[in-house]
Design a protein around this ligand. Structure first.
Ligand SMILES: Nc1ncnc2c1ncn2[C@@H]1O[C@H](COP(=O)(O)OP(=O)(O)O)[C@@H](O)[C@H]1O
Ligand SMILES: [Mg+2]
Length: 360
């Protein structure tokens, strides 16, 4: 699939598009308050400031009600902030006239949890729909539809209706449709939440390909940290309408700061013993320590010294993984033997990494 060297910016100019096919998204102090019919207010977004660089994949994670969908609805202009500004490639879209907003929206693709396909149209017909809206002529449309179906690996399914497709295939059609008009930004709101784990992996792999080959910016909304881990460069954690934590995926996974981020990371890594496992581990003799294994944790040196001084060390729990080409993880070890040497092991690791003793 080809992307022109210079694609028009949302405002129709070519200036900022020459360097990168992806959109830059910038929230500046965006607040969204919904007033419900009994005059009660819901602050869905609370002073959100967040920048997504061109070509980046950002994962926005949070529990239900955190404000994630409201955030995406702001980006595609389906809803407007109560205050603050939202810039797409430097242009503030708040209060933009509808005619300009419509043009801009054609540069944004969107995929959904429930796929939102037209049941009465074939896969090809669904992909063709936005091209009809864009008034592309028929021959060009047919060629583009075929190109898009090939890109998502469904070139033989064009004549199938949605009900004849699996969930993963439906989402591929959704992706082909979203990309047909050659957008510079793709928004995915819980796009894999209705899929099984294996199909989720396939769809995420396709989204990675979209980002790599087309260079477009992707905003992935999810409540699953596994999704963030497998696709995102950056992650923003949302809670009660706020972005409470933001960083590279490596930073947030290896060193989550807030309780909510720690919980999400724990679900994806499962490298610390849960309460039941702790109980089990504590029923044996020895002292238990959970240690962060980062690049220079000093764990092996400290272990060697302890072993030389009559301590025996057993790894009883843990997990190490790589993210963004860096390794990190946690292990839980049981130390038995010389108490002074165990104390020294604990002390020395306090200086080089994070170490926590598990006690009753
Ligand atoms: N149109 C609306 N009117 C009133 N309240 C809304 C509306 N849309 C969302 N909300 C409220 O805003 C908060 C954030 O919702 P949402 O953005 O859908 O969260 P998420 O996608 O993270 O689950 C929730 O408390 C929700 O009930
Ligand atoms: Mg939502």
């Amino acid at each position: 699939m080809s992307t022109p060297a210079s694609t028009p910016a949302p405002d129709g100019s070519h200036q900022q598009r020459d360097h990168h096919p992806g959109t830059r998204v910038e929230f500046r102090g965006v607040t969204k308050v919904f007033t419900n019919n009994k005059n009660t207010e819901t602050i869905a977004l609370d002073d959100v400031s967040l920048t997504v660089e061109p070509g980046e994949v950002i994962g926005i994670i949070g529990y239900s009600g955190a404000g994630k969908s409201t955030l995406v609805r702001m980006i595609n202009g389906l809803d407007t902030p109560t205050s603050g500004s939202l810039l797409l490639d430097g242009t503030d879209i708040v209060d933009m006239p509808e005619s300009r907003m419509r043009k801009l929206r054609s540069r944004i693709g969107m995929i959904f949890q429930q796929f939102n396909l037209f049941q009465s149209r074939t896969a090809a017909g669904n992909v063709e729909y936005p091209l009809e809206l864009a008034k592309m002529d028929k021959a060009q449309r047919k060629a583009r539809v075929q190109e898009m179906l090939e890109f998502v690996g469904l070139s033989d399914k064009g004549k199938n209706y949605p009900e004849q497709l699996s969930g993963g295939q439906k989402q591929r059609v959704g992706i082909a449709r979203a990309l047909a008009t050659n957008p510079s930004l793709l928004l995915a709101d819980e796009a894999t939440s209705a899929l099984d784990p294996e199909t989720t992996r396939e769809v995420l792999a396709l989204l990675r390909k979209v980002n790599k080959e087309l260079g477009i910016t992707i905003v992935v909304i999810t409540h699953e940290m596994e999704v963030v881990r497998s696709i995102a460069d950056k992650v923003a954690v949302m809670e009660a309408g706020r972005v409470v934590e933001y960083g590279s995926v490596y930073e947030v996974f290896s060193n989550p700061q807030t309780t909510v981020a720690q919980r999400f990371v724990a679900t994806a890594l499962r490298n610390t013993p849960d309460m039941v496992e702790e109980e089990d581990l504590l029923s044996h003799e020895g002292r238990l320590f959970t240690i962060d294994l980062t690049e220079d944790s000093g764990f092996f040196a400290a272990s060697a010294t302890a072993a030389d001084n009559g301590v025996s060390i057993n790894v009883v729990h843990g997990g190490v993984t790589t993210l963004q080409r860096q390794s990190f993880g946690k292990i839980t070890v049981r130390l038995t033997g010389n108490q002074a040497a165990i104390e020294e092991f604990h002390r020395s690791l306090t200086r080089t990494t994070t170490i926590k003793e598990i006690t009753r």
